[in-house]
Design a protein around this ligand. Structure first.
Ligand code: HAM
Length: 431
């Protein structure tokens, strides 16, 4: 019996036989990652790559034991040395671990880092939700100023725009600093206490552990009960309020559209002050395409100095799925400019040499090694979308020239072996 792929994971292939899986075509991933790298560099973020697994404690302390990610979704295992390890469910805690361990803050007072890579969460798989998903994330460590939050949001806005995405909803809120949050938690609990038994089981559990998370409950009844709840924005102290409203002012100056959503709290425990989330209408139930916020207390909590930081991550699957749903013009997979079909051994040798020369000139070409029937070989050339084909036999070798057949128009052009490279180059510039 053959072995199948683990549930909630997928292969990224040059071409997936499943016509609904175009988003898994590798050239689209390369394209999106290319745009991501360009935009990240433009905004001064430099790449970091951390291990795919870390000590479990990092996420327990970093993301928070009360969060769904840590309490329900981690891939945790004991290694042969009996140490508890976890496949990273997100990137922020790991990047902070690296910054603290390598004391990157003493080298540079500001560290702006980005990463692209897989994250692992044991969630119930559904459209847009996977057990291994890929994130592009950025973390900016060192500035507490709202300009840093605004720069990040500007970068995100530019990234989605450069990719060609439209109609995204940018929601923003502040969960305040610790003092503001403590004040708000008290007021929220006061409001919810008489309603406690009517709340969903999940929300009742959160009432003690993390009442803020009740605000983003997906339960309709919970949401009804929350209608008259106090607003966190009314509980911000002076510093948190000033930070939030200065950020909104900067976004207005840059004409970056946003919507203040006072219910937005996000699912990870480390957030402090700014939180934001970007959603796409095309994604259905799992509509969050990206999210992030400020996490000023995390580095200290993980044993580092008291440094402010703000970051964001976007799921690459959801980005590509939205691009396809929005029918954005996307690059086609690379295909050979020329496909050579030799007839006989002498032609095979000559073609092999030509193939080598063309590739040295950066011309994408392929040739047939099989010697199968012409019809079969042509079918293959068609399948790999060769732009033109040349059949080379003894006559072509004697005349030192070949006929290039354009696969789209069917037109044929005769070119000498010597003039082949120049001809292809000229054709490319004309097209
Ligand atoms: P997050 O909201 O948990 O944030 O994940 C970021 C993005 O990853 C989501 O908006 C979504 O697009 C994608 N994503 C998350 N889980 C899945 C899944 N199971 N399947 C497919 N896509 C998924 C974080 O991870 C934070 N570390 C972001 C951050 C960075 N905050 C500050 N710095």
């Amino acid at each position: 019996m053959s072995i199948s792929i683990p549930k909630g994971t997928f292969d990224i292939l040059p071409e997936d036989p499943d016509s609904k899986a175009v988003w898994r075509h590798s050239h689209l991933w390369s394209h999106v990652e290319g745009v991501i790298r360009e935009v990240a560099n433009l905004y001064g973020f430099r790449e970091i790559r951390t291990p795919m697994f870390e000590k479990t404690e990092l996420f327990q302390r970093g993301v928070g034991a009360g969060s769904d990610i840590v309490s329900k979704e981690m891939y945790t295992f004991e290694d042969k040395g009996k140490r508890s390890m976890t496949l990273r469910p997100e990137g922020t805690a790991a990047v902070m671990r690296a910054i603290i361990e390598k004391k990157l803050y003493s080298q540079n007072s500001i560290n702006k880092l980005f990463y692209i890579g897989p994250m692992f969460r044991y969630e119930r798989p559904q459209a847009g939700r996977y057990r291994q998903h890929q994130q592009f994330g950025v973390e900016a460590v060192g500035y507490s100023h709202p300009e840093q939050d605004a720069e990040l949001l500007d970068m995100i806005h530019t990234l989605y725009k450069e990719l060609g995405l439209v109609d995204l909803k940018f929601m923003i809120n502040s969960v305040g600093d610790k003092e503001s949050r403590d004040h708000f938690k008290l007021r929220l609990k006061e409001y919810l206490l008489p309603l406690l038994t009517e709340l969903s089981e999940d929300s009742q559990r959160r009432f003690e552990i993390n009442p803020l998370r009740i605000l983003d409950s997906k339960n309709e009844k919970d949401q009804e009960l929350l209608q008259g709840a106090p607003s966190i924005l009314d509980c911000l102290n002076e510093a948190s309020g000033e930070h939030f409203y200065s950020l909104l002012h900067l976004l207005d100056r840059l004409r970056i559209p946003y919507e203040v959503n006072k219910q937005l709290v996000r699912g990870l425990d480390y957030y402090d002050k700014t939180v934001f989330e970007i959603s796409s209408q095309q994604l259905g139930a799992q509509n969050s395409i990206g999210g992030g916020g400020r996490y000023d207390g995390l580095i200290k909590k993980l044993g580092g100095p008291d440094l402010p930081a703000v970051g964001f991550a976007t799921g690459i699957e959801r980005v590509i799925q939205t691009l396809i749903a929005q029918e954005v013009d996307l690059p086609v997979a690379p295909c050979p400019t020329l496909f050579l079909i030799p007839l006989g051994d002498a032609a095979k040798e000559k073609c092999f040499e030509v193939l080598h020369q063309l590739r040295r000139e950066r011309i994408h070409c392929e040739m047939d090694y099989s010697g199968k029937k012409l019809k079969q070989v042509m079918r293959y050339a068609n399948a790999i979308r060769a732009k033109s084909v040349a059949i080379i036999g003894d006559n072509e070798l004697a005349a030192k020239q070949i006929d290039l057949k354009d696969m789209l128009s069917g037109d044929t052009k005769t070119v000498t072996f010597e003039g082949l490279i120049d001809h292809i180059r000229n054709e490319k510039t004309v097209r």
